[in-house]
Design a protein around this ligand. Structure first.
Ligand SMILES: *Cc1c(COP(=O)(O)O)cnc(C)c1O
Length: 461
C-alpha cells in the first residue's frame, strides 16, 4: 500500500505515453489458433489476408512473437489529442457502497467518438494511408466504431464507408449524423448495395441486422472496389494490440502510486478493450512475475464466453470472412433487438478466447436491468454518464466491491470505463420508464446458432 495520498485522477505526462504497443501473444505459451481459409481449411497466408486488409496490419495480425511494436509518430501525434487518458479513483462510488475496496477506472470516453475505439481506428487508418489506399470500409453496430473510424479518416483525408446495423441506424440517428459530419458514407445493413446484403434480405425479410451481417457487406464492398481495404473495430488480434495502449497507461499510472491491482475487470463484446486493458498485466502473469485476477463481463443476452462453444467459426453472417477459433454462439446467432448495449457480437477475440480456455481469465454474464441499475448509480455519484457496454464492467466492479464489504478486504479493483452513453438515451429512457426487459436466450435458441457452425474434422462441437 502506498503512503502517498492517491488523487482523484492519476494523469500521466504526454512524455510518459507508451512508445510501443504490447503484443501479449508473444508471451502466450499456447498461441491463439490461426485464422483459416474457409475453402481450404489451411491457415490464411499473408497474401490471402492482403486482399482484405492493409499489408502492415496483416503483419501485425500474424505476429505471434514480437512483444513490442513501435507506435508510429503520426499515430502518437493523434493520440496526444485525447491521451493519456486518466485513471480515476472512484472515491465517491466507494463511499456510496461503503466498501473498503479501492476502485479505479481507466476512462476512455474523453474523445468525440466517445469510446476506446479511436485507439485502433487511427492506427488502421494510418496504415491504409501509408499504403496509398483511397479509403476503407467497415461495419458498425451501436455506432462507436464507425464514429471513431470517421474521425480518423477525416484527419488523414481517407474515404470512409460504413455499414451500420439497421436497428442502430434507425435507433441512433445522431450517431449516424456525427459520422456523416466527419465525412463518412453510412449505409443501413443489410442493404441492397451488396450481393451478400441482398441474399440476407431475401432469406430474412424485415431483419434488423447484426454485426456479423454488416461485416459481410463491408468486406464485399472493400474487395469489389479498387484501392479499398476492410477494417474491423474489434475481435482481430491487431485491434487488441492497438488497444494495449489502455493497459500500458493504466499500468504506468498505478505504478506511480505503488498500487497493485487485485482484480482487473472489462466488458467483452469482441474482446478488444478487455484484451487491451489486461494485456500488459496478463504478460506479467504469463511470464510468472505476478498474479492478478481478470474478469470478462458479457451480456446474458449474448453470452459467447459463458455459454458459447470454443471452435472454429465464421466471423460474419455471410460466411465470406476467414474462420477464427473462438468462443462463439454461431455466426447466425442474432441477439434480441431489445438489448441496449453494443456487446452483440456472436464471437470473441481468439486471444481472449485462448486465455479464457487456459484458465487465465474468468467470465461472467449479467442481465441488462442490473447493468442499468449500476450505470445509474455510477452516473449519480461519479458524474460520468457511462455507455451501456461499459456499465457491464461497472456492474461487476460494484458486485466485487460489495463482496469486499462482507469480507472486510481492501482489494484494489480496476475496471475499464470504455465510453460515454450520450447516444444511448433510448436505452436509458426504457430503463427510466421501467420498460426494460431481460432477455436470456434458451438452450434451444442457442442451439440454432450452434447448428450453423461449420463442421469439419477436428471442429466438433
Ligand atoms: C465497442 C465497445 C465495446 C465492446 O467492444 P470490445 O471490442 O469488446 O471492447 C465496449 N464499450 C464501448 C463503449 C464500445 O464502444
Amino acid at each position: 500500500m502506498s503512503s502517498k495520498e492517491i488523487p482523484y485522477k492519476i494523469y500521466l505526462e504526454e512524455s510518459e505515453m507508451p512508445q510501443s504497443w504490447y503484443n501479449v501473444r508473444a508471451d502466450m505459451k499456447n498461441k491463439p489458433a490461426p485464422l483459416l481459409n474457409p475453402g481450404t481449411l489451411q491457415p490464411m497466408t499473408a497474401e490471402e489476408l492482403g486482399h482484405v486488409f492493409c499489408d502492415e496490419l496483416v503483419k501485425q495480425e500474424l505476429d505471434d512473437t514480437n512483444p513490442y511494436i513501435e507506435i508510429p509518430e503520426e499515430i502518437r501525434k493523434f493520440y496526444r489529442m485525447y491521451r493519456p487518458s486518466p485513471l480515476v479513483r472512484a472515491y465517491c462510488l466507494e463511499e456510496k457502497l461503503q466498501t473498503p475496496a479501492h476502485i479505479y477506472y481507466k476512462f476512455e470516453g474523453n474523445n468525440t467518438s466517445g469510446s476506446h475505439k479511436l485507439n485502433s481506428a487511427i492506427a488502421q487508418a494510418y496504415y491504409a494511408k501509408q499504403q496509398g489506399l483511397k479509403g476503407v470500409t467497415t461495419e458498425t453496430g451501436a455506432g462507436q466504431w464507425g464514429t471513431a473510424l470517421s474521425m480518423a479518416c477525416a484527419y488523414l483525408g481517407l474515404d470512409c464507408q460504413v455499414y451500420m446495423v439497421k436497428v442502430s441506424y434507425e435507433q441512433k440517428p445522431f450517431r449516424r449524423e456525427v459520422m456523416r459530419t466527419y465525412g463518412a458514407k453510412v449505409t443501413p445493413s443489410p442493404s441492397e448495395t451488396t450481393e451478400v446484403g441482398r441474399k440476407i434480405l431475401a432469406a430474412h425479410p424485415g431483419t434488423t441486422g447484426s454485426l456479423g451481417c454488416a461485416i459481410s457487406e463491408a468486406v464485399e464492398a472493400a474487395t469489389s472496389q479498387e484501392g479499398y481495404r476492410y477494417v474491423l473495430g474489434s475481435v482481430l488480434s491487431q485491434v487488441l494490440l492497438h488497444q494495449s495502449v489502455i493497459g500500458l497507461e493504466a499500468q504506468a499510472a498505478l505504478a506511480k502510486y505503488d498500487i497493485v491491482p487485485d482484480l482487473i475487470i472489462g466488458c467483452a463484446g469482441g474482446g478488444s478493450n478487455l484484451g487491451g486493458l489486461i494485456s500488459p498485466f496478463m504478460g506479467e502473469v504469463l511470464r510468472g512475475e505476478k498474479n492478478y485476477r481478470f474478469i470478462a463481463v458479457e451480456p446474458a443476452s449474448c453470452p459467447s464466453l459463458t455459454r458459447g462453444k470454443y471452435v472454429y467459426d465464421f466471423c460474419d453472417t455471410g460466411m465470406v470472412c476467414p474462420l477464427a477459433k473462438m468462443y462463439t454462439l454461431g455466426s447466425g446467432f442474432i441477439p434480441s433487438a431489445n438489448h441496449a448495449g453494443g456487446l452483440r457480437y456472436h464471437g470473441m477475440s481468439s486471444v481472449v478466447s485462448q486465455l479464457y480456455h487456459d484458465g487465465y481469465l474468468e467470465a461472467r454474464s449479467v442481465e441488462q436491468t442490473s447493468v442499468f441499475e449500476a450505470a445509474e448509480m455510477f452516473a449519480r455519484v461519479e458524474g460520468i454518464l457511462p455507455a451501456p457496454e461499459s456499465s457491464h464492467a461497472i456492474r461487476v466492479a460494484i458486485d466485487e466491491a460489495l463482496k469486499c464489504k462482507e469480507t472486510g478486504e481492501a482489494k484494489n479493483i480496476v475496471f475499464g470505463l470504455t465510453g460515454t452513453g450520450y447516444f444511448d438515451m433510448v436505452a436509458y429512457e426504457k430503463y427510466n420508464n421501467g420498460e426494460m426487459t431481460d432477455y436470456i436466450p434458451t438452450d434451444a435458441d442457442l442451439q440454432q446458432g450452434f447448428d450453423g457452425i461449420p463442421k469439419f474434422p477436428g471442429n466438433e462441437i
